[in-house]
Design a binder for this molecule. Structure first.
Ligand SMILES: Cc1ncc(COP(=O)(O)O)c(C=O)c1O
Length: 393
């Protein structure tokens, strides 16, 4: 008999981490593999942030625990961030930091979900949401964002999915995996719908700084006081500041929920690693030009690689406006090569031409694959060339 809990037996492994690990393992065997799997910028963390962290190690401040929700200086830095990029201020009891936005999300679900509570998730969706909700005995309710509607859901679709168990609606704009960005009016309609029905909005804004070609990021929490009160904002340093390894995430919102999340953090990880808190303070309050330099590099990659990918036989791509992913529909490509299952199709690409992509299956999109363009242009161009070779074989 298994010693494992039903909870973990029912859990899926993260498909993105699994695809990344498989690519690394093949590389270690000496295979020539180009990995476009992970959502991780290829830049080193900016120097001013490294130095602030180093200082906190050398002067001893990083040696100690902090309060569970984070250093007062970090909360002040988050307030600066909110004033600069959201246009409003937050009090210290509205802020909590933790080990990555991923754990912030987990703490949020643990704080608000009772068994059977429903969380509406627009699909395609980031891999971890559904499993985190299930781990907390909640029920993910999927609402399909169609390609025709640029991978966005409408308030009408959400209303059709609402029941008396609906507790939360999750929004991730710019989106992983589709890269789409919601506009002001679309968000206002969704926000007002959530307020009307007293449904919490979980706004995962982690890609908010990464928008391209004139697109703008509108934080739903900035639209009205009523919407703000209904929203928990999740954000972090990983994507915009190239700090995935530092594991810093934060949430901002209703003090009661933030307090509950802090209690969960206090009983699980105690606090976000102290040196990472000092790094985040510098990220939020120091010079921001490195963020813009990286954003421009992503924009150039997107604009170069998007037309090339669209040219691959059978690959159909909606041009994204943010994040750093392309999410082609490969229905035609699978037909041409005789595949009916996108995971098998992705594996064949890896085995035959050494390009690691992520199957859309884990994102609730069995007709798509995800490529991350958070890697250098030469690698991206070579990967697309190999996709041509694969399709033309
Ligand atoms: C949509 C989304 N939310 C949250 C996260 C988690 O970010 P972090 O690295 O801060 O845990 C990611 C990372 O891939 C993501 O893509």
């Amino acid at each position: 008999m298994t010693k494992l809990s039903n909870r973990v037996l029912e859990m899926e492994e993260s498909v993105t981490l699994a695809a990344g690990a498989r690519a690394k393992a093949l590389k270690a065997q000496g295979r020539d593999i180009l990995s476009l799997t992970l959502g991780e910028p290829d830049f080193v963390t900016p120097k001013n942030i490294q130095e602030a962290a180093t200082r906190s190690i050398v002067d001893g401040s990083a040696s100690f625990y902090t309060v569970a929700s984070g250093l007062p200086e970090l909360k002040a830095a988050v307030n600066t961030y909110m004033e600069n990029f959201y246009g409003y201020s937050v009090a210290p009891n509205q802020v909590v930091a933790a080990t990555g936005a991923k754990f912030i999300l987990y703490a949020f679900f643990a704080a608000v979900i009772n068994p059977g509570d429903e969380v509406i998730i627009p699909t395609p969706y980031w891999v971890s949401y559904a499993d985190q909700i299930k781990m907390n005995e909640g029920v993910p309710v999927f609402v399909k964002a169609t390609e025709e509607n640029h991978f966005k859901v409408t308030a009408q679709q959400l209303e059709a999915a609402r029941t008396d168990k609906t507790k939360v609606v999750l929004l991730n704009s710019p989106s992983n995996p589709t890269g789409m960005v919601y506009g002001h009016e679309e968000l206002e309609a969704i926000g007002n719908w959530a307020v009307e029905h007293d449904i919490l909005i979980l706004a995962d804004d982690i890609y908010g700084r990464l928008v391209y070609n004139g697109a703008t990021f509108t934080p739903i929490s900035s639209l009205s006081e009523a919407i703000r009160q209904q929203t928990i904002v999740v954000n972090g340093v990983a994507k915009a500041y190239s700090m995935t390894g530092w594991r810093v995430g934060f949430a901002v919102g209703d003090p009661e929920i933030i307090g509950a999340m802090s209690k969960i953090i206090g009983q699980t990880t105690s606090n976000l690693t102290t040196v990472a808190q000092y790094a985040a303070i510098e990220a939020f309050t120091g010079p921001q030009d490195a963020v813009e330099t990286m954003r421009q590099a992503f924009e150039e990659r997107l604009n170069t690689i998007y037309p090339l990918l669209n040219d691959v036989p059978g690959f159909e791509v909606v041009k994204p406006q943010g994040a750093f992913y392309l999410f082609p529909n490969v229905t035609k490509a699978m037909e041409m090569k005789g595949y009916t299952d996108v995971t098998a199709f992705t594996t064949a690409i890896l085995e035959e031409v050494g390009v690691a992509l992520v199957t859309g299956a884990g994102f609730g999109a069995p007709e798509n694959v995800r490529l991350s363009y958070a890697t250098d242009l030469d690698t991206l161009k070579e990967a697309v060339r190999r996709l041509h070779v694969f399709m033309e074989k």
